[in-house]
Design a protein around this ligand. Structure first.
Ligand SMILES: [Zn+2]
Length: 315
């Protein structure tokens, strides 16, 4: 989908001072991607903020993790992400706006033989875990094409490399993990859109498994990590809804996530309703009931309340 907004739309949505500040931080926009009719990006300032700019037919609406946006303002980061999209900045494939040194390096690299480049990349990946993660993400994306759906084992290898144990050599921060998990959520959506429902479910589900296995014991002060896991759960839920087989055992899988894991709050029964179907929802209610007596009373009460709310509002 092409961007359906203009510079003037951004100017109109933001206050003059927000717009001006936003213009100045276009270069700080990273990891810009379009998903479900919204632009997602990170804006690196004094601290990194995660931004979601909706560009639907009803106009622009945005969310940002900065304090300005907390009060409902159209903050400079939203402006910056919109402008970055319009000028084509912030994406890794962008060639325009490349500085002279990078352009020179690009020129030299095009002279390398393919085999040499492969060896060079592998050497760099062995030395630097971030490089390996980038290569793993790029290859998994390539594999998630209709012509060559990857096996579960292949998906698992790539996800393992993308989500290493916390405290590993490079000391990934919550934001690093959040960006990688957001990327896996994107891949889950993309695989599903490409019709690879089984692969989509497995990317989502195995990523959740891996996150739990690794523990991700890093301080998540801004909630970036929880937000990314929430996106991943939603993508997984949507993928499950497209795959009839996925409903088997899904109710107990969901209850286990909600009651036994750090990111339990990211898994919401209403998101999984389509995948569960009526029988699954009934099974889910029954499982909650069973757990009410074994030390989960408070959590079960909250989840039962969510379920009751969902049942009331679902037409
Ligand atoms: Zn902001």
């Amino acid at each position: 989908m092409a961007a359906s907004f203009s510079r003037d739309d951004l100017r109109e949505a933001a206050s003059p001072s927000s717009f001006e500040l936003g213009e100045r931080c276009v270069d700080s926009v990273a990891n810009l991607r379009l998903r479900n009719g919204a632009l997602h990006a990170t804006v690196h300032g004094e601290e990194p903020f995660r931004v979601r700019l909706g560009i639907g037919p009803d106009g622009l609406d945005g969310l940002c993790t900065c304090p300005d946006a907390d009060g409902g303002a159209f903050c400079p980061h939203l402006v910056a992400v919109g402008l970055a999209k319009l000028v084509g900045a912030g994406a890794s494939t962008d060639v325009e706006g490349e500085d002279a040194a990078t352009a020179e390096l690009r020129g030299h690299l095009t002279q390398f033989e393919r085999r040499e480049l492969v060896e060079l990349l592998l050497d760099l990946a062995v030395e630097d875990e971030q490089v390996e993660a980038g290569l793993r993400a790029a290859t998994l994306r390539r594999l998630l094409l209709p012509e060559k759906p990857p096996t579960e084992a292949t998906i698992e290898r790539h996800v393992n490399a993308l989500i290493p144990p916390a405290g590993a050599p490079d000391h990934l921060t919550a934001l690093d993990y959040a960006e990688r998990i957001a990327e896996l959520a994107d891949m889950t959506v993309e695989a599903q859109e490409a019709g690879l429902n089984a692969a989509a479910v497995w990317v989502g589900q195995y990523s959740v498994t891996r996150i739990e296995e690794v523990g991700l014991d890093v301080p998540d002060t801004d909630g970036e990590l929880a937000e990314a896991v929430f996106d991943l759960a939603q993508a997984h839920a949507e993928a499950c809804a497209e795959l009839p087989d996925a409903s088997t055992g899904l109710a107990s899988w969901l209850v286990d996530r909600q009651l036994g894991t750090v990111f339990g709050d990211c898994f919401v029964v209403a998101d999984y309703a389509d995948a569960l179907g009526e029988a699954g929802i009934a099974a889910y209610g029954g499982l909650l009931h069973e757990h009410a007596t074994n030390g989960w009373a408070a959590d079960v009460a909250r989840l039962s309340n969510d379920l009751a709310t969902f049942r009331r509002t679902d037409p």
